[in-house]
Design a protein around this ligand. Structure first.
Ligand code: SF4
Ligand code: SF4
Length: 466
């Protein structure tokens, strides 16, 4: 059985990467900022945020739930625990109360029959808004009214930012990204250091900070501070294809703790330099690293008119799939039976289903689909930042058992994922459950199966000359 990391000894194994990161995550709670405003200001900020962010879609979703319960079994946190409070429709209760009392046409009536909202209501809602909703969108697939619970939960996260009720781990990383521009210390210096390490130890060149390039690639904090194999693999593939590419130190970070915490201004603040850098280099394509939430942060960003940008944005699995479909990726066969986990943000919410499968086909992989796959794939339980939250440990661990059962049912020996967060959560679950499956990152798998031939050499020469 071939493995994703066995041929790249420059960096630690992913098992070691996970253990190292787990230590850093454990320290985040102590670094979290304390509330700075009065309780009255925090409550007013939360309510005002919901009022401001409620448009026609939100109003319709909040008005139209018929409490049919269809969504209940679709949520992995309910499935895993059987606890009614984790049913998706419960996660919008507080938002609906604010809506009914403050905005709805019948607000005069709701003010007579419902209790005023208090800060303690937002405190109590934290478990539903952060720990038990990965914003996976699975419940929307079965809702007869098409209610997008994930979006409503996201608005609630914005309200929680205003109420200074972001869970400590996300709050600490939000403040780091806001104040320092880094995530776990992933600075431009860390990028430069990683580029040098990859050149010196693996002999692979990374064209850092080119003035002009057809393709601009993003990296992520996980790649820079823990798993250099992700960036190394990306560089090997880009060089192999002879692509005119770059990575820019003024816009490289995929991770976005504005999106994860609910801080809209940080979300935008983090995305703007990436867009500017891509425009500056004249990129035709922006490739987003294997970082699931970076996909909605950029591609589906409500503050960006993505369609009007002079470049297209692609997730790494989409880019690889496009290359595979065009016959540009010549890959050695992948041995053993594998299954593929669709990250919620790129799959169900992004539609990137065919592309990763095209890559596996180019490896002649014996792919066996999970019982629930593509649009109905179960979230791994760690999305939307939940992987980082200590308070969510039980929910995360229990819901991951759904994934274990599903993978075991396929008889696959290994699981391929294309999201660093999913992969970390899978690794956590693998270690905790002494699970005998191997885990692969799609981009690392491709890099480790490249066939070097004359065509490749010609492509590389073209890339070098560009
Ligand atoms: S499926 Fe839709 S309408 Fe039915 S309870 Fe859930 S959110 Fe409400
Ligand atoms: S979006 Fe996903 S995690 Fe959130 S309530 Fe729906 S099914 Fe559950």
């Amino acid at each position: 059985m071939s493995t994703a990391t066995a041929t790249t000894p420059v960096f630690p194994t992913f098992e070691q990467v996970y253990q190292g990161l787990a230590g850093q995550i454990g320290m985040l709670r102590e670094m979290a900022p304390q509330p700075t405003k009065s309780d009255e200001q925090r409550l007013k900020g939360a309510v005002d945020t919901l009022i401001e962010e409620t448009n026609a879609d939100e109003a319709v979703w909040l008005e139209s739930c018929i409490h049919c319960g269809q969504c209940t079994n679709a949520c992995h946190y309910f499935q895993a625990t059987g606890e009614a409070k984790y049913a998706p429709m419960r996660k919008m209760d507080l938002y609906r109360r604010v809506y009914q009392r403050e905005i709805s046409p019948m607000r005069w009536w709701h003010r007579l029959v419902s209790k005023p909202v208090k800060l303690s209501d937002f405190e109590e809602a934290s478990e539903l808004i952060y720990d038990s909703c990965s914003e996976c969108g699975r419940c929307t697939m079965v809702c007869p009214m098409g209610i997008d619970t994930a979006s409503l939960v996201h608005h609630m996260r914005s309200a929680m930012v205003a109420a200074e009720l972001v869970p400590p781990e996300l709050a600490a990383l939000r403040m780091e990204q806001k104040n320092m521009g880094t995530v776990f210390g992933s600075s431009p210096d860390a990028l430069k250091q990683m580029v040098d390490t990859i050149r010196e130890q693996a002999g692979v060149e990374i064209p850092l900070d080119k003035d002009k390039a057809d393709v601009m690639v993003l990296s992520s904090a996980v790649d820079l501070v823990a798993n250099g194999n992700g960036l190394l693999a990306t560089a090997k593939i880009m060089n192999h294809l002879g692509i005119d590419w770059t990575i820019r130190s003024d816009g490289f970070e995929s991770a976005n703790f504005g999106l994860l915490s609910g801080d809209m201004s940080l979300w935008k603040h983090q995305v703007d330099p990436i867009i500017e850098a891509a425009q500056k280099v004249g990129a035709k394509t922006l490739v987003i690293a294997e970082c699931g939430h970076a996909y909605p942060a950029l591609r589906w960003n409500p503050m960006l008119s993505s369609g009007e940008l002079p470049f297209e944005m692609m997730y790494m699995s989409e880019f690889l799939g496009k290359q595979a479909k065009a016959g540009n990726l010549k890959l050695r066969p992948l041995e053993g039976k594998v299954t593929y986990h669709d990250p919620c943000k790129t799959g169900r919410r992004g539609g990137a289903f065919d592309e990763p499968r095209a890559v596996l086909k180019a490896m002649d992989a014996d792919l066996v689909e999970l019982p629930a796959n593509k649009e109905y794939n179960w979230c791994c339980g760690g999305g939307a930042g939940i992987f980082l939250l200590e308070n969510a440990t039980r929910l995360r661990d229990e819901s991951f058992k759904i994934k274990i059962r599903e993978v075991n049912d396929t008889g696959a020996e290994s699981v391929v994922v294309s999201c660093a967060s999913c992969r970390l959560n899978f690794e956590a679950g693998r270690q905790k459950n002494h699970w005998d499956k191997q885990l692969h990152s799609l981009v690392e798998l491709v890099a480790d199966h490249l066939i070097e031939d004359e065509t490749t050499a010609r492509g590389q020469a073209r890339g070098a000359a560009a």
